[in-house]
Design a protein around this ligand. Structure first.
Ligand code: FMN
Length: 189
């Protein structure tokens, strides 16, 4: 299968990583997913959304809808449309976000805001019916992982995708949660 991993943290797994997390939990999870998926014979691509130019939705047209409603594309000229079109080539999406303030990260919210608008009412959607795995990466407390995964449930509802894995990881339980991630990367329902 072709699997697209989208991640939403700027922190890398190296010594230069900045506060608050030197380990880079999101990247650690991405690396584990990629390793497992490839081991299981899948073709994997990873895009770190933080490295892309994706602006916030302008709610540009009348009554809050722009061309996204009827034309299923965004009028803004940044990296969003290319990634949206690229998504059609994959069978499965793995979304990996840090938990900030009990929510998915800002780059995740910005990306999914625009994705929902373009795709939720697209009868020719190339995303609908595809499988998704959501991973929420939190700090020590793990507060807000449930809420973050709930947001992915809402996304799953609007995109009409099929959620096959919801995993919360914290800095302290990463080692134990590795087995759950590995299981999810087998892509069984
Ligand atoms: C602005 C901000 C808000 C955060 N909010 C939460 C939170 O609500 N719950 C939690 O458990 N951790 C929270 N954290 C900690 C991060 O989720 C944690 O450090 C995570 O590993 C960050 O991902 P990263 O390793 O990819 O940077 C927050 C961190 C930042 C920077």
């Amino acid at each position: 299968m072709k699997v697209l991993i989208l991640s939403f943290s700027a922190n890398k797994v190296n010594e230069d990583s900045f506060v608050p997390n030197k380990i880079g939990l999101t990247f650690s999870c991405v690396n584990l997913c990629k390793e497992e998926l490839e081991k299981n014979g899948n073709e994997v691509e990873h895009i770190c959304i933080n490295k892309k130019d994706i602006k916030k939705c302008m709610a540009c047209g009348s009554r809050g809808w722009g061309k996204c409603l009827k034309e299923h594309r965004c009028v803004m000229n940044d990296d969003f449309n290319d990634i949206y079109n690229e998504m059609s080539k994959f069978d499965v999406y793995v979304f990996v976000t840090p938990v900030y303030f009990w929510e998915m990260s800002e780059s995740a919210k910005t990306f999914f805001d625009r994705l929902k608008r373009c795709d939720a009412f697209n009868d020719k959607s190339q995303i609908r019916g595809k499988k998704i795995v959501s991973i929420a990466c939190a700090g020590g407390s793990g507060s807000g992982t449930g809420e973050t995964l709930k947001s992915f449930d809402i996304l799953n509802h609007f995109l009409k995708t099929e959620m096959i894995g919801r995993i919360s990881v914290t800095k302290s339980n990463f080692e134990e949660q590795k087995s759950l991630i590995k299981k999810a990367m087998k892509m069984e329902e």
